[in-house]
Design a protein around this ligand. Structure first.
Ligand code: COA
Length: 145
């Protein structure tokens, strides 16, 4: 799987929209820590990170419906985790309404939102965009290889 940084903004927004994920706060400045994948000209998958000192928010994970269940989502998560760790990130947080079990099987654990670090609470995804019913999850990166 070919994973690359800084995917095209329009393609990212289209894929996230098709997957019913938020796009209202995504701008070109976010894409430095976004990754895409695809074997041809089209974007087949995307994942994003927002980095803050030792913590990060993982967001915007989506795979084109025709390419699902082939390992792309797992590959993107693993790539984002390696990137985060290389940047000195110790804990990755995320919010999800659709894929809690997917992340549980990849080492994430559910956490009370009140336990979120201030930097994570300050993100638009945490403070407004994601529904209150979202599951809040964390993974400690010292446990990944
Ligand atoms: C979640 C998503 C990214 C997974 O991508 P993928 O490329 O199909 O993932 P993989 O092929 O690596 O893994 C597939 C596995 O995850 C499971 N899975 C896929 N989507 C899931 C979901 N929403 N919830 C729980 N498990 C899910 C599959 O059943 C499969 O399980 P298995 O390994 O036991 O067979 C993809 O389904 C998607 O884009 N969904 C819509 C957007 C979304 O919900 N994103 C998450 C936002 S936090």
């Amino acid at each position: 799987m070919d994973i690359f940084a800084n995917p095209d903004l329009l393609a990212v927004r289209q894929l996230l929209s098709e997957s019913s994920l938020p796009i209202s706060d995504i701008s070109a400045r976010h894409l430095q820590h976004f990754f895409g994948c695809g074997s041809g000209p089209g974007l087949e998958g995307v994942i994003g990170l927002e980095l803050f000192d030792e913590v990060a928010l993982l967001r915007s994970l989506a795979v084109v419906s025709s390419c699902r269940n082939a390992g792309l989502g797992s590959g993107l998560v693993a790539h984002a985790e390696r990137h985060a760790r290389a940047q000195g990130i110790r804990n990755i947080y995320l919010l999800t309404t659709t894929a809690e079990d997917f992340f549980l099987r990849r080492g994430y654990a559910r956490l009370e939102k009140a336990q979120a670090p201030t930097a994570i609470k300050s993100t638009k995804e945490f403070s407004g965009i994601c529904p209150v019913s979202s599951a809040f999850m964390v993974k400690h990166l010292e446990f990944i290889s």
